[in-house]
Design a protein around this ligand. Sequence first.
Ligand code: DGL
Length: 286
Amino acid sequence: MTAHQPIGVFDSGVGGLSVLREIRRALPHEDLLYVADSAYAPYGDQSADAIELRAVAVTEQLIARGAKAIVVACNTATGAAARVLRTRYSVPVIAMEPAVKPAIDRTRSGVIGVLATRQTLASHTFKQLLARMGEGPEILLQACPGLVERVEAGDLEGEGTRALLAAYVEPLLAQGADTLVLGCTHYPHLGRLIAEIAGSRTTVLDSGAAVARQVHRRLAEVGLLAPPGRVGTERFWTSGEPGTVAAVMERLWGAPLELYPLTREAATPLFGEGEALVVQGAGCSR
Ligand code: DGL
C-alpha cells in the first residue's frame, strides 16, 4: 500500500458527491475514485442484506483498482454494511454518521429533526448512535421515501420536490425542531429548497465536512496521505446508464467529468475497460 494510491468513495448514486466535494476540499492532493451505484438506487428501500451485497461488490472493485481507503458516502450503506466492510478489508473504511451530536450541541429549542432513509433509521448503527446520546433533546425521526429518486433525476427545485420536502420538514418544525440533521448524503443537494422551507432560524447540518476530516485523520494515522505538491484527480463510474447519469453528476459536481460504465454482472469486471489505472496491491484481509 502506498500514499500515491487513490481513495475509493461510493454511494447508491449521485448523493455521495456531497461528501466527495468535501473530501476534495480537505484533501486536494489525493486521487479520488467515485462509484455511483445508480442501477441499484435507492438503497433505502431495500433489505440490509441486499445493500450489503452491493457495498461489498463495489468495494471489491474499488480495492482492485488500487483504493488505499474506502469512504462509504452513504448513510444507508453505512448502517447495512460498514461493519462487514471493516471486517473484510484491511484498508481504512470511513463511513457516515448523521450529525446528531452536533445538533444536540446547537439546538436552543431542545427539539431536533433527523431526515434519513427508512433503512438508516431502522439500522442498528443508528439506534446505537441515538442510545449514545442519552437523555436530553427530543429527537424526531423522519423517513423521506421518494427524495433520493428526485435527486437522482436531477429534480432539485421542482414543485413536486418542494411539496415532498415540505411534507417531511413542516411537521418537524411544527413540533418545535430548530435543528435539522440531513442523515442521507443525497439531501445536501436539496439544500436550497430545505433552507427555503425551514427558514433562516433553522440550523441545517450534514456530515460531509466531518467525514472529510476523518478521512484526513485516518490516512495521516496510517501514513498514507498523498504527498503535497501534486494536484489530485477524480474518476467516476456508474452502474446506471452513463449518458443519463452524467448530466446530473456534472450539474452536482459543477464541472465536466468522464463517467465510465460499471457493468451490473458480478461475474464480469465491474469497471469499464481501456483505462490506464495502475493497481498497486489490493489490501484485502480475507
Ligand atoms: N445517499 C444515500 C444515503 O446517504 C441514499 C440511500 C438510498 O439510496 O436510498 O443514505
